[in-house]
Design a protein around this ligand. Structure first.
Ligand code: GLN
Length: 250
């Protein structure tokens, strides 16, 4: 029997972009493939190592301001992430990772750094007029109603960030969804994240794919084609419902 080649999931720089447990997104993707009897390989890419351009899904997590600057420098070198996406790979980038795949983002001292510019967004400590106090750090639960084009149920997570992120004028892509609780991008239109082709940026930690398995399956379907449905444990859906009730959103 010819076995399909393994789906390769790259976890990028977990020492720099692992502060908020987003490495769990790799575990969720891998397990949802295994439950379907499909082969998978999780490729850990330590900081300082070249990023392979041959993986199917790339995961970038959240991190502190200075590690995030180091991560951006590493990811820009060799341009392998840009090549992989041009070749059809998918990306899920969370918080610091989301900021890094944009055009620019602030370091800990407020200096603006170049990102990878995989998506047309920019991040600043504040978009308020000069002299106005910056907004407070966004910390807490976040609930997002996804864009209907994605066909996803409500997304739940938590956020913890100082940066605010907005689309570049004339840029491509659309927000991941509308913020119903929390801050997200922190833009006046109250959106979170961006979707551009097979690239998703978001402020949702959780890990987001553990709390939102439909989002995990969307990413997998982008690189794998349609997948047989998977009945998760009934506890998972009960937990989602309990969470919705606790946050008073349906
Ligand atoms: N350092 C970034 C900020 O505070 C990202 C934080 C995070 O990844 N949770 O905006």
């Amino acid at each position: 029997m010819i076995r399909p080649s393994a789906t390769r999931i790259a976890l990028i720089y977990p020492e720099l972009l692992g502060t908020y447990g987003d490495g769990g997104n790799a575990i969720v993707l891998a397990q949802r493939l295994r439950w379907r009897g499909l082969p998978v390989e999780v490729v850990h890419v330590p900081a300082g190592e070249p990023i392979p351009d041959s993986c199917d899904i790339y995961l970038l997590g959240g991190g502190e301001d200075e590690p995030q600057v180091l991560a951006a420098e590493g990811i820009r070198q060799g341009r392998s992430l840009l090549r992989a996406v041009a070749g059809g790979a998918a990306v899920l980038a969370v918080c610091a990772g989301y900021q890094v795949i944009g055009a620019t983002f602030p370091g800990g001292d407020g200096t603006v750094h170049d990102g990878v510019h995989l998506v047309d967004v920019e991040t600043r400590r504040s978009f308020e007029p000069p002299g106005a106090p910056p907004p407070p750090r966004a910390v807490g639960d976040i609930v997002v109603q996804p864009d209907p084009r994605l066909g996803l149920p409500t997304l739940y997570g938590y956020e913890n960030h100082g940066g605010r992120t907005r689309p570049l004028p004339g840029g491509s892509g659309f927000p991941l969804g509308a913020v119903r609780l929390g801050v997200g991008n922190g833009t006046p239109d109250r959106t979170d994240g961006i979707v551009d082709g097979k690239v998703i940026g978001t402020y949702l930690h959780g890990p987001v794919l553990a709390q939102n398995p439909a989002l995990a399956d969307l990413l997998l379907s982008w690189v794998h084609g349609s997948l047989p449905p998977l009945d998760g444990p009934p506890e998972a859906e009960r937990l989602r419902q309990a969470r919705a009730r606790a946050l008073a959103v349906s």
